[in-house]
Design a binder for this molecule. Structure first.
Ligand code: V47
Ligand code: SF4
Length: 383
């Protein structure tokens, strides 16, 4: 691999690109201006080679997935994000769903005896599901299955919960953590820049608010992920601004595990007139994110949104994680037009997908501790 990057550096590259390639080879950070150059003029082959080099330096051929399931407590939401295909206002709640604590606990119980390591809980912001409700849920899940890692609530849900309970972010996070919350998913980040946020999700937590909540979680020793909803009305500068804010916070706390770019899907929402990004642009974004976010350990392709084959392709562009087995009840993408109408993959399917890309499939837990190395051919896979 270092041979390949040396060859790249020695080709007749324009000066700006050569400087970037040398920085990558030497493990140095690129600037915002260099990132803009990559977005504006970097070919797919060039950014892909650099990202692939970084991925290999960080992880070799190890490609991670986990065994998880999702619970979406409700799609009733007090907010009206323009890109959202899934939420329903409280006034139209008969069109949506609201799960009781028992419903959610029954879902957890349906995995009893199965080797699942994580539950991912994210939903709309329901005006009646408050701190007390979610503390009870967390405590009951933990009492039933203490080994299950609870990754739950976007900063949007948390901001609303804490404001309603009149708690500071720090105090609210502490209470949820004590009740069993172990890490935060990356949702709700969208694009931090206020100019774009005002147009696509004006009424929910600001970019600064999102970052403050993740910082508070990190200070409690909790890990979190970060997302970026891309490929709509944002410009390259807004993507860079978003990633710079994440990189800066990561320098401070080192609490982020994974960056997850989320491709905007345009079905059934108020932004259906906005064209979706092309596959080339998707892969360029993965690669550039891998190059820019030098302090993020992992880059994840969320396959239910990208599709299985494109997720597999993204492994050539810096990605080293393809999320988990999920199950068929996650609706946020199927309602927004993803090809994956029933997003579930068995462990054998995930392993096969990774092996077809000539990578080593590693089952991990939420915190990237290794559970099983599936490269051994004679391993029996329990689905
Ligand atoms: O914040 C909503 C996105 C996010 C659309 O942390 C859309 O492991 C595309 O954050 N087109 C929620 N995206 C999901 C999320 C997530 C998913 C998987 C793993 C993790 C993790 C986090 O879904 C929202 C929003 O950015 N979203 N609508 C849409 N039309
Ligand atoms: Fe509500 Fe989340 Fe949909 Fe926005 S994206 S409307 S916060 S469910």
């Amino acid at each position: 691999m270092s041979g390949q990057i040396n060859t790249l550096i020695n080709t007749n590259l324009p000066e700006g690109f050569k400087k970037i390639a040398i920085k990558v080879k030497e493990g140095n950070r690129i600037t915002d201006e260099e990132c803009l150059l990559l977005f504006e003029k970097g070919s797919l082959g060039f950014v892909g080679s650099l990202a692939n080099y970084i991925r290999e330096q960080k992880h070799g051929d190890r490609t991670y997935f986990n065994r998880n399931f999702h619970i979406e407590p409700t799609n009733i939401c007090v907010f009206s994000c323009k890109f959202c295909s899934y939420s329903r206002l409280y006034a139209h709640r008969e069109e949506g769903w609201e799960l009781s604590i028992d419903d959610m606990l029954n879902k957890v119980k349906s995995y009893d005896g199965k080797p699942i390591t994580e539950v991912h809980i994210v939903g709309g912001v329901h005006p009646k599901m408050d701190m007390k409700y979610f503390i009870e849920l967390l405590q009951k899940i933990k009492a039933h299955r203490p080994d299950l890692h609870i990754k739950a609530f976007t900063a949007v849900e948390l901001d609303y919960m804490f404001r309603k309970a009149k708690l500071s972010i720090e105090e609210g996070m502490k209470q949820l953590h004590e009740a069993g919350l172990q890490s935060l998913p990356g949702g709700g980040a969208e694009i931090f820049h206020p100019e774009i946020r005002a147009q696509i999700c004006a009424d929910k937590v600001s970019g600064e608010g999102w970052l403050h909540i993740h910082e508070a979680a990190h200070h409690l020793g909790m890990a979190s992920n970060a997302t970026m909803l891309y490929g709509h009305i944002e410009k390259y500068e807004h993507r860079i601004d978003h990633m710079r804010k994440l990189r800066d916070l990561q320098d401070k706390t080192n609490g982020f595990n994974t960056f997850i770019p989320l491709k905007f899907r345009n079905s059934n929402n108020d932004m259906s007139h906005v064209a979706e990004s092309t596959l080339v642009e998707d892969m360029r974004l993965y690669a550039i994110a891998r190059i820019y976010l030098d302090n993020f350990p992992h880059l994840k392709a969320y396959w239910p949104m990208l599709g299985r084959q494109n997720a597999q392709l993204s492994l050539q562009f810096g990605v080293n994680d393809i999320d988990g087995t999920i199950d068929d009840s996650t609706k946020i993408y199927s309602m927004a037009g993803s090809e994956e109408q029933s997003p579930t993959m068995t462990t054998s399917e995930l392993v096969a997908l990774i092996k077809q890309a000539h990578r080593i499939p590693i089952e991990r837990d939420t915190l990237y501790n290794e559970i099983t190395d599936y490269s051994k051919d004679n391993l029996v896979i329990a689905d």
